[in-house]
Design a protein around this ligand. Structure first.
Ligand code: DGY
Length: 322
């Protein structure tokens, strides 16, 4: 039996599957581990299941020691991993792709629609008891049907998101490093450069990985290039957007609105953001459905079980070590 550490409580079924084969210890607190706790708890483990809130760098890998064969992230994004440091030490890193594509794409639509039709703002107004009855000029929002949808990132989640635009008869434009023939075939999306994406999108949704090259993909200059009627949606990673620049742009009506699931310095919000009426903010819940979180757990556990049985994991992010 190997010894596996899990940095936060996960759905029961994958943990039971893990416990049937190995000794398992779990962070008992309902919060992320502190850095000190993480460094202490990984020591001497054969495998560790981590969260996007755990920074796994050379120091943590060294603290885990030479027995540790895998760090399995309970997330598709793995910007919390120092991939080079793990690869240099021969440690396998895995993530949980595919199983959360639909939940995340649907959540991006929920944010888009909520921002366009001012759902949280109007709900707050109604609950506050201020509503004095229907009015022709009250809380007018943005039409979604027949508008232009911009998609930054043509990977699995971006493609699922784009496919749902057919329900609203939208024109879909997208930008990525390379065109996606699949996306063009399935939803008639048109490949454009970044300047065109910014200029023509009525709604712009970010589905890029966080890399040095995509950090602040949207900053003050990009916001200024967007339509004043545009809505920005981010379910990718917070640092894709310069959040200070976004707060200023929303305050000064440079763009019309935003829907954010992720934030630049989670869990902290940039001062001023939470006070704005034209932004919908939710606490990084795009994958938070029962079925999706269970499937993410099963993927992470399957990866650990495979590696501990001497087999390659299904979703390795540093295959050079295999
Ligand atoms: C991920 O998986 O990367 C999401 O941000 C959380 O599910």
């Amino acid at each position: 039996m190997a010894n596996v550490y899990v940095t936060r409580m996960l759905p029961q079924e994958p943990l039971d599957a893990l416990r049937r084969c190995h000794d398992v210890d779990i962070n008992p607190h309902d919060r992320p581990l502190t850095r000190e706790e993480l460094l202490r708890e990984v020591r001497g483990r054969d495998a560790v299941i981590t969260l996007l809130t755990d920074t796994i760098d050379g120091e943590v890998l060294d603290a885990a020691g030479p027995r540790c064969r895998i760090f399995a992230n309970y997330a598709v994004g793995y910007n919390n991993f120092d991939v080079d440091a793990a690869t240099a030490r021969g440690v396998i890193l895995t993530n949980t792709p595919k199983v959360l594509d639909e939940a995340t794409a649907t959540h991006a639509w929920a944010l888009l629609l909520a921002a366009a039709r001012r759902i949280p703002e109007t709900e707050r107004f109604l609950r506050s008891g201020q509503w004095a009855g229907w009015g022709p000029l009250q809380f007018l929002g943005r039409d979604v049907d027949h508008m232009t949808l911009g998609v930054a990132g043509a990977g699995r989640i971006g493609s699922k998101f784009a496919a749902k635009a057919a329900a609203f008869d939208m024109r879909v434009i997208y930008h990525d490093l390379q065109p996606s023939p699949e996306l063009e075939r399935t939803c008639g999306a048109i490949f454009v450069d970044k300047a065109t994406l910014l200029r023509e999108s009525d709604f712009l949704s970010l589905h890029l990985p966080l890399l040095p090259a995509t950090r602040h993909f949207i900053g003050a200059a990009e916001l200024a290039a967007m339509k004043p009627t545009a809505v920005l949606v981010n379910t990718g990673r917070g640092p894709l957007v310069d959040e200070e620049a976004l707060v200023a742009a929303l305050r000064d009506k440079v763009i019309w609105g935003a829907g954010l699931d992720v934030f630049e310095n989670e869990p902290r919000l940039t001062p001023g953001l939470a006070g704005l009426e034209n932004v919908v903010i939710v606490p990084h819940t795009a994958s938070a459905t029962f079925r999706t979180r269970l499937a993410m757990g099963m993927t992470a556990v399957d990866n650990v079980l495979s590696v501990l049985a001497g087999k390659p994991p299904q979703t390795c992010v540093n295959p050079a070590v295999l």
